[in-house]
Write a protein that binds this ligand. Structure first.
Ligand code: NAP
Length: 248
C-alpha cells in the first residue's frame, strides 16, 4: 500500500482534469498538496476543499508556469507552508490546434511556453533542493501525441516529445541523488481539454483504443501516484503510456 504521509507534492494545473485527479490521489495516500492554476480560482479552491475532505493539507497558488518568477514564488510558497518539496507533478498544459500551414506562430509559442518551458522551469526550481535532500520524485505529463505525432498538433506534439527528452536527460543528471524523473503519456482522457473535440474525431479515436473506452483522469492519476511513491524508487527516465493500449 503506497504511503505518502509526510511528503509534500506540488501539482501544476491542479484545478481541473487530470491535475485535479492527481491532487486527490496524492491526498488520498497522505501527501500534503500544493496545486497551481492559471486563472480558474474557483476550481482551484474546490480541489483544495476536496483534498482537505480526504484529510490532507492543501494549498492553491495562482502561477503561470511559463514565468520563472511566478514558478519560484510557487515553490517558495510550498516550501514555506510544508517545509520541503518531495514530489513535483508537471501537469499544466494547453492546446492550440491547427494544421501547420495555417498555424499561427503565436499558437506555437504559447503551447511550447506552457507545456515545455513550464516543465523546464518547475524542474529547475526544485532540482537543487531535491538533490540536497537526496530525495525527489518528478513526474511529467507527456502524451501519446508526443510519441506518435498527430495531424493538427505540430505544436503540442513538439512540446510533449520535448518533455520526454527533458525527462530522460534530467533522470540521468539526478539518478545518483535519490531523485527519479519519469513521464506518463496519456492517450485520450475525458477532460475539458478533449471535450471540444468533434464527435466524429472522438469516434475515430475510440476505434483505435484496444480497450474500447476513453480514459478517465483517475486512470492517469493512479499511474502518477505510483511513480511518485517509494514503491517506484528503482524506476527513472521511463515513459509510461496510460492509454488503453492505444500506442502499442
Ligand atoms: P485541462 O482539463 O485543460 O486542465 C489544464 C490545467 O492546466 C488547468 O488546471 C489549468 O488551470 C492549468 N494551466 C493551463 N495553462 C497553465 C499555465 N500556463 N500555468 C499554470 N497552469 C496552467 O487539461 P487536462 O486534459 O487535464 O490535461 C492535463 C495534462 O495532461 C496536460 O499537460 C495535457 O497536455 C496532458 N494530456 C492530456 C490528455 C487528455 O486526453 N486530456 C492526453 C494526453 C496528455 P486553470 O484551471 O486555471 O485554467
Amino acid at each position: 500500500m503506497m504511503d505518502l504521509a509526510g511528503k509534500t507534492a506540488v501539482v501544476t494545473g491542479g484545478s481541473r482534469g487530470i491535475g485535479r485527479a492527481v491532487c486527490l490521489e496524492l491526498a488520498r495516500h497522505g501527501a500534503n498538496v500544493v496545486l497551481c492554476y492559471a486563472g480558474n480560482e474557483a476550481a482551484a479552491n474546490e480541489t483544495v476543499a476536496a483534498c482537505e475532505a480526504l484529510g490532507a493539507k492543501a494549498l492553491a497558488v495562482q502561477c503561470d508556469v511559463s514565468d520563472a518568477a511566478q514558478v519560484q514564488a510557487l515553490m517558495d510558497a510550498a516550501a514555506k507552508a510544508f517545509g520541503a518539496i518531495h514530489i513535483l507533478v508537471n501537469n499544466a498544459g494547453i492546446t492550440r490546434d491547427g494544421l501547420l500551414m495555417t498555424m499561427k506562430e503565436a499558437d506555437f509559442d504559447a503551447v511550447l511556453a506552457a507545456n515545455l518551458k513550464g516543465t523546464f522551469l518547475c524542474m529547475k526550481a526544485v532540482s537543487r533542493p531535491m538533490m540536497k535532500q537526496r530525495y525527489g520524485r518528478i513526474v511529467n505529463l507527456s502524451s501519446v501525441v508526443g510519441l506518435r505525432g498527430n495531424a493538427g498538433q505540430v505544436n503540442y506534439a513538439a512540446s510533449k516529445a520535448g518533455v520526454i527528452g527533458m525527462t530522460k536527460s534530467l533522470a540521468k543528471e539526478l539518478a545518483s541523488r535519490g531523485v527519479t524523473v519519469n513521464a506518463v503519456a496519456p492517450g485520450f482522457i475525458e477532460t475539458d481539454m478533449t471535450a471540444a473535440m468533434p464527435e466524429a474525431a472522438k469516434t475515430a479515436t475510440l476505434s483505435a483504443i484496444p480497450m474500447s473506452r476513453l480514459g478517465a483522469p483517475e486512470d492517469v492519476a493512479r499511474a502518477v501516484a505510483f511513480l511518485a511513491s517509494d514503491e517506484a524508487a528503482y524506476i527513472t527516465g521511463q515513459v509510461l503510456a496510460v492509454d488503453g493500449g492505444m500506442s502499442m
